[in-house]
Ligand binder design. Structure first.
Ligand SMILES: Cc1cc2nc3c(=O)[nH]c(=O)nc-3n(C[C@H](O)[C@H](O)[C@H](O)COP(=O)(O)O)c2cc1C
Length: 346
């Protein structure tokens, strides 16, 4: 299937991550990659309808292209949420069918929805009716729902390749723009969300195979992708790669993706330039009496594997505690961090 919108989907995106991919994180990412697609944290349709919309949905235009990830289980509610979000003009709307947490699956949202492909298809249709923007679904390669799903599912296998294919072909009928597949089964009882990102084995071959078997679908792979070489390798098989934890565990890697994978070139940026470009944002936060730590906490690994890494973390810690001005913080960082690290591009 051709991507239905006119926008070419980027080859690299940065995953939705609760407690991570907030506005400040996204701003920081944008200093390093202009072209990757960014995601919000997961937001439930219910909160969009009944909660503080500005708090949940506002963003800075620099963050675009930006996808809003919604969790829900009711097509009518999803429709309303997407309609509301229209005023914010996100670039894409994404449905969460991958979250394994008890709280989310206990409310029939997230990964448990893989057991109900027709319902997911109805939600995608509802989203499509509410917007002309691209609609995407992020899911797992399967689920193990023992002890969580109704007994009617007792002998149904939901965690093999054929089931994933059936799931995707059912959704495809609703005209979906892209599938993002986290290449692990979600185990819906007995594992925490964190364990569910580490214990079930990664099965990249299944994601590569689905692209081969259903080449008309736009497929993005996710899970455990940490290096440029791994990205290059996956892009031989699928249309896109989604980066999760590496974006905050080794953030400087993001400075490489535009040049390597996206059309048009963006010049590389050194850590020195990143700090300089962060200054106006830090000053704006301080002017609005918002703590600098809200963005600086996302930058802790900027100097990973380089001289000055420990010092950078200490500097953030002490500066935030002492409440120094943004200008002094950046000046001090630029004066005291090793020049070779600040100026290098590796
Ligand atoms: C702290 C954290 C929060 C997450 N929150 C979400 C979320 O809100 N929505 C979602 O679809 N996935 C969420 N995930 C899963 C990631 O999007 C991604 O699928 C997963 O981390 C695997 O990719 P990685 O190995 O590259 O990190 C979260 C992951 C982490 C680490």
């Amino acid at each position: 299937m051709k991507y239905l919108s006119n926008i070419i989907p980027p080859k690299v995106s940065i995953a939705p991550m609760v407690d991570r991919t907030d506005r400040h994180f996204r701003y920081f990412c944008r200093l390093m990659t202009k072209k990757s697609l960014l995601y919000t944290e997961m937001i439930t349709a219910h909160s969009i309808i009944y909660g503080d919309r500005h708090k949940l949905l506002d963003f800075n235009s620099i963050e675009k292209p930006l996808s809003l990830q919604i969790a829900g289980c009711d097509p009518e509610e999803i429709y309303k949420a997407v309609k509301i979000a229209e005023d914010w003009d996100y670039n894409e709307l994404n449905l969460n069918v991958g979250c394994p947490s008890d709280r989310i699956s206990g409310n029939a949202m997230g990964a448990i929805l893989m057991a109900y492909p027709e319902l997911v298809a109805d939600m995608v249709t509802a989203m499509r009716e509410a917007t002309k923007k691209p609609i995407t679904v992020k899911h797992r390669i399967g689920i193990n729902g023992n002890n969580v799903l109704p007994t009617s599912f007792k002998n149904t296998i939901l965690d093999n390749y054929d089931y994933m294919k059936h799931f995707m072909q059912t959704i495809e009928k609703s005209k979906i723009d892209r599938f993002i597949i986290h290449a692990r089964t979600a185990i819906l009882s007995g594992l925490s969300p964190k364990e569910n990102r580490e214990i079930p084995p990664l099965k990249y071959d299944e994601v590569h195979k689905i692209k081969k078997d259903l080449p008309h679908l736009n497929i993005e792979i996710n899970g455990g992708i940490k290096t440029i070489d791994a990205m290059k390798d996956h892009l031989k098989h699928v249309d896109g790669v989604m980066l999760g934890r590496v974006s905050y565990e080794n953030s400087y890697v993001l400075t490489k993706v535009d040049n390597l994978f996206m059309k048009g070139t963006t010049s590389s940026i050194s850590r020195r330039e990143i700090l300089e470009k962060m200054l106006p944002y830090l000053e704006e936060l301080q002017d609005n009496k918002i703590g600098m730590h809200l963005i600086l906490r996302h930058t802790l690994t900027l100097f990973n594997n380089c001289k000055g890494s420990r010092y950078w973390k200490q500097l953030i810690d002490t500066s935030c505690k002492e409440g120094i001005t943004a200008k002094n913080f950046i000046k001090y960082a630029l004066d005291s961090l090793p020049k070779e690290t600040l100026n290098s591009f590796v």
